[in-house]
Design a protein around this ligand. Structure first.
Ligand code: GLC
Length: 731
């Protein structure tokens, strides 16, 4: 027996030794790439970092051209290539900003941010992101500079169209899918602009002030969701100061909150030309300085002159700063590069201007359009119409190419008129009158008004298509409405449209009013006379087809307002409780947490149209709300029935009110929503879970979130002011 076991063990050891040596041989024979693949992410980063010189590291932490940051050719580290923007891959810029010509750089022009948010459909956020990421990948981009998720607090903000909403919860829900959609394509998303860049007025100089409570309850949640749920790989630091310190220089914002509390492990990229000082930037968590000081246009683009350029090499060599500060930044950049497979040739190739992408653009536009008012005139019936009058310059104008850095060279853009022509074909006469002139100083033009009045008088149907506008051209300085670097001067429709619209409605009271734009306009002059009002946003390349489909009932509108539409500017809390900035360059958020409907409902101010409002061609009934609570988790269930004659979608919204709070809290706060699609007569049971955070507030004396005991009301409705069921719960 003993002999046998000795023999066994000798044999076992021989086999084991053989196997071990053959693996080691195999290991020795691994190519360098294969052995790199087996390293952990951190090991891969360290393997590269350890080979880099100081100069090579510093070359990676600032721009190397208009839209790239530096690489290290010697070590096979490519540049990081970036592109705008939030709703389409921007046209090609040369390395030194000149616009490339004769390149195939048109792309899918998706609906803008407010339109996407108006769908209240996070699944569409994901689809939106897949299109954007896929097209960015195809165009060779590593980072797409979106989503824009600054809170819409002031109707005058020129870039509201690029953002999503006034509400932190809706903001959070819509960005997560968007980011995941992009990053699954092997491209880094970039949540911007961190933080509180909610106006364009002197954006590179203003100092934004707000309470900790407003910061944590209103402005931070979108970024928190982007980081902790979306796993966003890059964040863009905003131009403005926050409590006296530039966002790009703020250790509080970048290190304490973003990288510390939220655990952000990606790269902070400055907005373009947002860095103002070497030491203030290099000593905090800003990882890449982008943008171009305007003087560089004269000095020949020496990118070493960036604040985080050659000066940093000198500072390290003179031991003013430690090289570890640079290493921290480069580690993050290399880590993001690995996470988007920058070093792996097998990465996804992306796709471009595909029918599928265009279909997704159409799907989002269909769900974005908001039916604000309808007194029996919509949907139109094609069989009742021989001649239709279309009034307004927005019927034929194309918006994609303007608006600032979010501009898109659209592969095509279906205007409202083209969409109506596509739907109506040749059996209806369509007469278009411009109605108003597009121009910086244009005023009501009586000749054009008379022409429009004559047209609508004799028509079987009339549609006015006006509202907002995306600047006069893609000339940077010409953009003066719904555009970057500019705020609107008031809430009136531009180009004196009120005069025209009053005359048109007087001539044909059934005229349907369609408003394009990034947000509310002052409708007081004509809205009482309008029987139907539709908010069409800037709904992307398929916007015209989607609008026609809604107006003629092929699509049942399901959009809901992602921001309150005030009756007049002075009713907006940013103007009623705070004030538009002046030469003091201070934007003090005196409205605090009372942004949007949180203000209108708490201070009992009647809006033109409420947050979450949007009508349908069918009707929905809500019933049987049950509220259960177990271990501080509240479960709601209710039934929603489509009680109309046609299929439709409804956004069931859940608002919470703290009835006994020790701090002043809003009348209501959105804490859940669900979009349901129901055939006529069908019903569904909705179950929604509310955790403690849905009832808590941030106590900025205790510096923590607090769940107070006491009674809470739960309101379930079709908008913030159309509450259908009410429940309550005690903590
Ligand atoms: C702009 C914008 C930012 C954009 C960047 C690059 O100034 O603020 O949103 O991504 O510069 O164009």
């Amino acid at each position: 027996m003993k002999l046998k076991s000795i023999f066994f063990w000798i044999t076992f050891l021989m086999v084991h030794t053989f196997l071990l040596s053959s693996c080691q041989t195999a290991e020795k024979n691994d190519t360098k790439e294969e052995s790199m693949k087996k390293l952990s992410l951190d090991e891969k980063v360290e393997a590269l970092l350890s080979q880099m010189t100081l100069e090579e590291k510093v070359n990676m932490i600032h721009a190397s051209s208009s839209f790239t940051s530096g690489g290290v050719e010697r070590l096979g580290i490519p540049e990081l290539t970036m592109s705008d923007g939030p709703h389409g891959v921007r046209h090609e810029h040369g390395r030194d900003w000149e616009k490339d010509s004769n390149v195939a750089d048109s792309s899918t022009y998706l609906p803008v941010g407010t339109a996407l948010a108006a769908t209240w459909n996070p699944d569409l956020g994901y689809k939106f992101g897949t299109v954007l990421g896929s097209e960015a990948k195809f165009r060779g981009k590593d980072v797409i500079l979106g989503p824009g998720l600054n809170i819409i607090r002031d109707p005058l903000n020129g870039r509201n169209f690029e953002y999503l909403t006034e509400d932190p919860y809706l903001n959070s829900r819509m960005v997560v899918g968007y980011i995941k959609g992009i990053q699954e394509q092997g491209v880094a998303a970039c949540a911007k602009h961190y933080i509180a860049n909610s106006l364009e007025y002197e954006r590179q100089k203003v100092n934004v002030l707000m309470s900790d409570r407003a910061f944590r309850e209103i402005y931070l949640p979108g970024f928190k969701a982007a980081v902790q749920e979306g796993k966003v790989l890059t964040i863009m630091s905003a131009y403005n100061k926050f409590r006296g310190v530039y966002c790009s220089h703020s250790g509080y914002l970048l290190d304490d909150v973003l990288k510390g509390e939220l655990g952000f492990d990606g790269v902070v990229i400055s907005d373009w030309n947002a860095v103002k000082n070497t030491m203030e930037a290099v000593t905090v968590g800003l990882d890449i300085e982008m943008g171009t000081d305007l003087t560089m246009f004269e000095t020949g683009f020496d990118y070493g002159k960036f604040h985080m350029g050659d000066t940093v090499v000198t500072l390290v060599k003179n031991k003013v700063i430690d090289e570890s500060l640079v290493d921290q930044k480069v580690r993050r950049i290399l880590s993001v590069m690995h996470r988007i497979d920058k070093f792996d040739e097998t990465k996804k190739q992306g796709a471009y201007n595909t029918k599928e992408h265009q279909q997704i653009a159409r799907e989002i536009a269909d769900e974005a359009i908001v039916l604000l008012k309808n007194e029996g005139v919509l949907p139109l019936k094609k069989e009742n119409i021989k001649k239709i009058s279309i009034v307004g310059a927005n019927a034929t104008h194309k918006h994609a190419g303007a608006g600032g850095s979010s501009q898109v060279k659209a592969f095509y853009e279906i205007t409202p008129l083209a969409g109506l022509q596509n739907l109506l074909g040749d059996d209806v006469t369509i007469e278009h009158s411009q109605g108003y002139e597009i121009g910086k100083e244009s005023k009501a033009n009586q000749k054009l008004i008379n022409e429009a009045v004559k047209s609508v008088k004799g028509a079987d149907a009339a549609i006015y298509i006006g509202g907002g506008f995306h600047g006069f051209s893609d000339d940077w300085n010409d953009n003066s409405y719904d555009a970057e670097d500019h705020d609107k001067v008031n809430m009136m429709m531009p180009f004196d449209q009120d005069e025209l619209l009053k005359a048109v409605l007087n001539a044909n009271p059934n005229t349907i009013v369609v408003l394009m734009g990034g947000g509310p306009v002052d409708m007081r002059a004509w809205s009482k006379d309008a029987k139907a009002i539709v908010q069409a946003w800037y709904a992307g390349m398929e916007g015209g087809n989607a609008l026609a489909s809604v107006l003629f009932g092929e699509t049942n509108p399901s959009g809901k307002l992602p921001m309150t539409f005030p009756a007049k500017l002075e009713d907006s809390p940013a103007h009623a409780l705070a004030k538009y900035p002046d030469e003091s360059l201070v934007i003090d958020h005196k409205e605090d947490i009372f942004v949007g409907y949180r203000y209108f409902d708490t201070y009992k101010v009647e809006p033109a149209f409420a947050f979450g409002h949007g009508l349908s061609y069918t009707t929905f009934e809500y019933k049987d709300l049950k509220v259960d609570k177990k271990d501080n988790v509240v479960t709601l269930s209710l039934e929603v029935i489509n009680t109309g004659q046609r299929k439709g979608a409804e956004v069931v919204q859940v608002y919470v009110k703290d009835e006994e709070s020790s701090l002043k809290r809003p009348e209501k706060e959105l804490k859940a929503f669900k979009k349901v699609f129901l055939e006529a007569g069908d019903s569904t049971t909705i179950k929604i879970e509310l955790k403690e955070d849905a009832f808590s507030y941030y106590d900025d004396t205790q510096k923590k979130w607090v769940l107070e005991s006491g009674k809470y009301t739960i309101e379930v409705g079709s908008s913030s002011r159309d509450i259908r069921l009410i429940g309550e719960v005690e903590f």
